[in-house]
Design a protein around this ligand. Sequence first.
Ligand code: ZN
Ligand code: ZN
Length: 373
Amino acid sequence: MNKPPLIVTRALILFGTPLLAVTLVPYYGFHVGFGVFEWSMGVLFGIMTLHSISAGYHRLWSHKAYQAHAIVRLFYAICGACTIQNSILHWSSDHRNHHKFVDNQDRDPYAATRGFWFSHMGWMIRDYKSGKVDFSNVKDLVRDPIVMWQHKYYIELVLVTNVGLPLLLGYLFGSALGVFLLAGVLRLVVIHHFTFLINSLAHIWGSQPYSDTNSSRDSLVLALLTFGEGYHNYHHSFQGDYRNGIRWWHFDPTKWIITALAWVGLTSRLKRAPQLHIEKARLAMQYNHALRKAAHLQEADRWCQHLEERYAQFLVALEEWATFKREWYRSKKDELLATIERAELKQRYAELKRNVKFQRQEWHLLTSQLAAT
Ligand SMILES: [Zn+2]
Ligand SMILES: [Zn+2]
């Protein structure tokens, strides 16, 4: 089968920079050596660019999961160009297609169903039909002057941030070539592959707590490498949420930074998926998993019936709790409410909360019993 034509500039960047990183960087390190300043610049550039892809390109522009002040958008636009992953407009268009047509080999630009290599890098270096961009899905972004400015001057920004700035900083405070090699070349290669792993490995390896209707997976290891993007199964289920790691212990520095910026007014309208929807998705996955396991047991019918009843009771408890919570928050604002009514509501609130806790415990008990069989 004839392969689509090679996109030469992309192939040169994607194969050339790793070649430089594994030859020139050790050569220079051995013969000249890198100082603290050179290493610090490498790390700083790494953090700023990785965060800009995650918080800017991904959660802000592709998913509109929150809003950001122009200063923040400008920072993300400049540092995002420094990752050489195309302009915001192009990246977001690809990414929206990825979510819309996930795993579809003809329409998902980096479908993991076409294998690790294709979704990791292969999709970028040839002119595949699945990667055709028409920008019709990013009309909202066209209205953002910073997005359009970055799109227009993308090549200039790539050169200034990857070559000009490291050389200048190195010339002023250390070694020009040293900073260029660490903050320019080596940093670029590392950030490239860490972010590419979200398109490849995060669709192959890890758990699926929220959905198995697509190949996306959750992985702590990938979250550690990508500033929190590794909770990819959650993200594919709730793409409008500004968080990827939703538990407090989940490693998601992008979420922490977006939240911190909201405290000082630089980000706003942070979107979160409703807790009820999240819990229902997780519960449905556990239920299906448990049913599959129970089907192979001796008393399959009894197990399935038991699971069905518990699942239904848990769902009812969750729904009641979510509905009542809305009423509860409304009542808090109602100053005319009598003290007695307020006390009744408080009691009901506590009851429903207890019931959800009880149902959760019962559910865990049943599923662990099943797992032990
Ligand atoms: Zn994905
Ligand atoms: Zn996404």
